[in-house]
Design a protein around this ligand. Structure first.
Ligand code: 5GP
Length: 176
C-alpha cells in the first residue's frame, strides 16, 4: 500500500516527560520488590530502553517477541510467540513493557502465557493506548498516552519495519 509519513502526534519532549513520570511511578511502586521488566520486541524496545534507564530501583530485564501483524497493518487472527522469556518468572514481580494496546488481544494472550509461570505479580506498562479500538478489556496499570484510532509509527513502532528509529510518534497516511 503506498503510504507516507504524516503529522507528528506526540513530539519528543512530551514523550521524554511522560516516560520520566512513568519511571518515577514504577520506581515508587516497586521499591523493595523483585522487579523483572519483560519488554515486548520489537516495538517496545526504545520505550524499555528509556524507561529502564530512568528507574531509580534495581531491576532485571528480559525480552519476548510476538507476531501480531502479517505484512504492514493487517492483524493476524491469533498472535504467536516467536521468542519466549529466557528467565524464570516464578515468584517475581513482572512488569510487561508494551508499545501499544489496540484491540487488546496480543497483550491478553501474552499475560495468560506469563501468568502460567506463576509470577508474584504481573502488571502492564503500555506507552500507547488506542482505547476506542478495544475488543477485550485490559487493565493498563502504567499508561503513557491514550491516542485516537490512527496508525502510528516512531519511537520503536514500525510500518513494514520502517520508521522505528524516529524519536517522535507520527501518523502514517495512505496515498493514492
Ligand atoms: P492488539 O492485539 O492490541 O490489537 O495489537 C497490539 C499490537 O499491534 C501492538 O503490539 C503493535 O505491534 C500493533 N499495533 C497496533 N496498532 C498499531 C499502530 O498504530 N502502529 C503500529 N506500528 N503498530 C500497531
Amino acid at each position: 500500500m503506498p503510504h507516507r509519513l504524516g503529522s507528528v502526534l506526540i513530539p519528543v519532549p512530551k514523550i521524554r516527560d511522560r516516560v520520566e513520570e512513568l519511571a518515577a511511578a514504577v520506581s515508587r511502586d516497586y521499591a523493595g520488590k523483585d522487579l523483572l521488566l519483560i519488554c515486548v520486541l520489537k516495538g517496545a524496545a526504545i520505550f524499555w530502553a528509556d524507561l529502564s534507564r530512568a528507574l531509580t530501583i534495581p531491576c532485571q530485564s528480559d525480552f519476548v517477541a510476538m507476531e501480531s501483524y502479517s505484512g504492514a497493518t493487517l492483524p493476524l487472527a491469533e498472535p504467536r510467540f516467536t521468542k519466549a522469556a529466557g528467565v524464570s518468572l516464578e515468584g517475581r514481580d513482572v512488569l510487561l513493557i508494551e508499545d501499544i494496546v489496540d484491540t487488546g488481544h496480543t497483550v491478553t494472550h501474552l499475560k495468560k502465557s506469563l501468568q502460567a509461570q506463576a509470577p508474584r505479580s504481573l502488571a502492564l506498562c503500555g506507552l500507547l493506548d488506542k482505547a476506542e479500538r478495544r475488543q477485550v478489556e485490559v487493565p493498563i496499570e502504567y499508561c503513557g498516552f491514550v491516542i485516537p484510532n490512527v496508525f502510528v509509527v516512531g519511537y520503536g513502532l514500525d510500518y513494514a519495519q520502517q520508521y522505528r528509529h524516529l524519536p517522535y510518534i507520527a501518523r502514517v497516511e495512505e496515498v493514492g
